[in-house]
Design a protein around this ligand. Structure first.
Ligand code: PLP
Length: 357
């Protein structure tokens, strides 16, 4: 039986990306050696780094003054890097979920943190729209896609201060205007690669913004000045990112990724809204994520939760259990999810409804 991987992260990769990574781990670039056992300073790996950075710039239409860095530590480490490098006195945060909250917690170690709005009281079932951005803050931090709750900001924010965005779970799935962002970062293991590499896209004027002394490895300038090769970068995840970037480019780039994401999401949300057993927990429909699609059983059917999970899993639907903070189910439909995966899930939901209504 064919399995569809709806896991929230690490997650699905395109079949050719999996195969290409596996092959390179045995023999890379006709060298008679594995990608894992060559120097990151070799010209064979330098080509990988150069092409990966160039493709990020090309696919996202980044202007000249942005640097693309591939570092370790995951998005969670960036929660601390960001204020360390950027927060002189005060920063503004939009609290749209647990990841945003974790980012705020780190920022508090470095200065004043203003929470400009929060949907925490409603378990993050929407993205706050009413807020004022303090003009004297060093930056505004947002999370564009809230992986756990299934909410997403589908438009760019106009801000009088630099915008720093955690785009871990929706980068490359939506066309956006890069000039609206000063820094974009995320763990690569959702739409770009496997775990182990973190992307940081930083406008050059954001380097060296604070008066405090920065430890070498935490200072973005260290990495920007060395083409992201100051120390040994995570070579295998960067190669997997390169293969994903090539795959995206060959498949129509970000506009086509966005079209596919919308097509999948519309199909699944239509079924969630139609099906008499389920509903979507996101209260504001315009905030529904195209990447992480949450659905829960209606009150009178709540007792069927374990049964549906078992039923769907037996039909090849992998990883649809919802996050414990939301419950129910979550189908994460990252770029590599084929439309047929969602079509199958819809069928499974319909059959389950027919058996229980
Ligand atoms: C997964 C995720 C993170 C955490 O990423 P790590 O690389 O595991 O640290 C942070 N923010 C968002 C929005 C995420 O989806």
């Amino acid at each position: 039986m064919k399995k569809y991987n709806f896991t929230a992260g690490p997650c699905i990769l395109a079949p050719e990306v999996l195969k290409g990574t596996a092959d390179a781990c045995i023999e890379f670039d006709g060298m008679g050696l594995s990608l894992m056992e060559i120097s990151h300073r070799s010209k064979n790996f330098q080509k990988v780094m150069d092409e990966a950075q160039a493709l990020v710039k090309e696919l996202l239409n980044l202007p000249e003054d942005y640097e693309v860095l591939f570092v370790g530590g995951g998005a969670s480490t960036q929660f601390c890097y960001m204020p360390y490098n950027l927060l002189e006195k005060k920063a503004a945060y939009l609290n749209t979920g647990v990841w945003a909250k974790k980012a705020m917690k780190e920022a508090k170690l470095f200065g004043e943190v203003v929470e400009i709005a929060s949907s925490a009281a409603d378990n993050y079932t929407y993205i706050p729209k009413e807020y004022e951005i303090p003009a004297d803050a060093d930056y505004l931090h947002i999370t564009t896609n809230n992986t756990i709750y299934g909410t997403e900001l589908h438009h760019d924010i106009d801000s009088p201060i630099p915008v720093v965005a955690d785009m871990s779970s929706d980068i490359f799935s939506r066309v956006f205007d890069p000039t609206k962002y000063a820094v974009i970062y995320g763990g690569a293991q959702k739409n770009l690669s496997i775990a182990g590499v973190t992307f940081v896209i930083i406008r050059k004027d954001m380097l060296g913004r604070v008066s405090r002394e920065l430890p070498t490895m935490i200072d973005y300038r260290t990495h920007a000045n060395k083409g992201s090769m100051f120390n040994t970068p995570p070579v295998v995840p960067i190669y997997t990112a390169l293969l994903t970037l090539r795959w995206m480019k060959a498949n129509g780039g970000v506009p086509e990724m966005e079209r596919r994401a919308k097509e999948r999401a519309e199909l699944l949300y239509a079924e969630i809204d139609r099906n008499s057993l389920f509903h979507g927990p996101v209260t504001c429909k315009e905030d529904r994520s195209y990447m992480n699609i949450c659905f829960v059983l209606n009150e009178e059917y709540k007792h069927l939760e374990a049964e549906f999970l078992e039923f769907a899993t037996a039909r090849g639907m992998h990883g649809i259990k919802g996050h414990r903070d939301v419950g129910g189910f979550r189908a994460s439909c990252y770029n590599a999810m084929p439309l047929e995966g969602v079509q199958e899930l819809v069928k499974v939901m319909q059959e389950f409804e027919a058996a229980h209504k």
